[in-house]
Design a protein around this ligand. Structure first.
Ligand code: LLP
Length: 443
């Protein structure tokens, strides 16, 4: 169980999150239900911003990577914590702005931002745009010229660090679709290209080596390489980066295969980054860049739990037992995509010993629709409430209406109270954008 007290077991043997009994939440709001612990999210945001204050003299910013979980409430929390956010689409930007998030603290990413997204970003005065193609640099320059504006940009750089994580979430390998490589010279070319533009202002560089990474050394090497690149560009162009954005990627606990990190451990990761940048700046005689980091998963991941009701239970003799739940890959596609592992608990029977290994299946018409394979659980009956832990990141944000299932609602819990932050969908929502074409119904 989580060391940071997001989750506890109450005297009835029920799972509690943010002081709310999971069974009561399930009966009040129905299942599947995403539950987010507000205190946990705020604590993680503070851990990072306090570390930048303490280890880097406050000369930097924490940007919550909102692709991990994007909705109005999370931007409001980030705003009240005084941190920035990273957005990666017009949709995330729209949501952040609708929540009243200050545009100057928004960094916009994306390897193929559309012309409309760039226009939206420029017109909304987004603080910084992270450029990932020459096409984008051209478009941005023209957009700014036509509006007599300037916009701040970073270049997405691929420092060539291979982090130990799933191939789909590695982003700095030589064949990555992201960024410009230091090794093959395209990053330097892009710096020169942008420096020659009149209406976009190069502020510095960005990298992000991947996600669900635990080795501190991978982050440190990336930071070192980025500082070497800052020097390289200073020497070849005279431009010295003011901003260095080192991305996100700190891992979280899903199962016992992952380390269980405490708040201090996340502070240590960031401290190592701060120290590396400071040391390199001193060694290379560079100014200390304004430092940005972009944690997503580590802020919301362990803050989230998904509650399900067990439905059909099917034992294939000698092979396995499936416990089907009322969710599935439409609300958590991570097993289908990455064979991700999760810890599953019987939320109403937390003290019972595990007596069997079962596979938690979803309700979609697809064999790969699994939530968790081969997990230990006590005896389970149809109607029992199951909780899947660490579902706060990349679950809701990657959900879909596959099979025309409803994307579940979400509640934010704090001090024993729950508030709905994402409402239940209805059948009407599912057909909202469908067009009943007359001519198809004429005979
Ligand atoms: N910054 C950039 C530019 C990113 O691309 C990402 C994640 C982050 C920050 C945040 O990384 P985090 O701290 O959350 O690891 N859907 C996958 C994860 C994809 C991550 C994409 N980029 C999953 O479910 O594991």
């Amino acid at each position: 169980m989580n060391e940071r007290k997001t989750l506890t077991v109450n005297c009835s043997g029920h799972l509690e999150i943010g002081g709310c009994d999971a069974l009561e939440l399930a009966s009040e709001y129905g299942t599947p239900l995403y539950v987010f612990d507000e205190d946990y999210i705020r604590r993680m945001m503070s851990v990072y911003s306090n570390t930048i204050d303490k280890e880097y003299g406050g000369h930097g910013i924490v940007l919550y990577a909102s692709k991990a979980f994007s909705c109005l409430a999370i931007y409001s929390i980030a705003k009240s914590q005084g941190i920035g956010v990273d957005v990666v689409s017009g949709g995330e930007l729209y949501t952040a702005l609708k929540a009243g998030f200050p545009a100057e603290k928004i960094y916009m990413h994306g390897n193929n931002k559309t012309a409309e997204e760039l226009e939206f970003a420029v017109d909304s005065n987004v603080g910084t745009i992270v450029v990932d193609s020459a096409l984008e640099a051209d478009r941005l320059d023209e957009l700014c010229a036509s509006r007599s504006k300037k916009c701040n940009v970073l270049i997405r750089v691929n420092p060539g660090v291979e982090a130990h994580t799933h191939a789909y979430v590695q982003t700095a390998t030589p064949d990555s679709k992201f960024g410009f490589s230091v090794a093959n010279g395209t990053a330097e070319d892009m710096a020169k290209y942008i420096l020659a533009k009149e209406n976009i202002v190069l502020k510095g560089f960005h990298c992000h080596i991947g996600s669900q990474i635990f080795e501190k050394q991978s982050f440190v090497i990336a930071a070192e390489k980025m500082m070497d690149f800052v020097l390289q560009i200073k020497q070849s162009t005279g431009f010295e980066a003011e901003v260095l954005n080192l991305g996100g990627g700190f891992g979280i606990y899903y199962t016992d295969e992952d380390p269980k990190l405490k708040e201090e451990d996340y502070a240590e990761y960031l401290k190592a980054l701060c120290e590396t940048v400071k040391r390199k700046a001193w060694q290379l005689n560079l100014q200390l860049p304004y430092l940005a980091i972009e944690p997503g998963r580590s802020i919301v991941g362990e803050a989230g739990v998904t509650l399900y009701t067990a439905g059909a239970i099917k034992t294939i003799p000698g092979i396995k037992t499936y416990v089907a739940v009322d969710g599935g890959m439409f609300e958590n596609p991570r097993y289908a995509l990455y064979q991700s592992k999760y810890c599953v608990v019987a939320a109403g029977n937390m003290n019972a010993p595990c007596t069997q290994n079962v596979t938690i299946a979803g309700k979609c018409c697809e064999s790969g629709d699994i939530i968790a394979a081969d997990v230990p659980l006590p005896e389970i009956a149809s109607g029992d409430i199951l909780a899947v832990l660490s579902t706060g990141a990349y679950n809701y944000s990657m959900a879909s209406n596959y099979n025309r299932n409803f994307i579940p609602q979400a509640v934010l819990v704090k001090d024993g109270m729950a508030d709905v932050i994402i409402k239940k969908q209805t059948f009407e929502d599912l057909i909202r954008n469908d067009v009943a074409l007359e001519r198809l119904n004429s005979d």
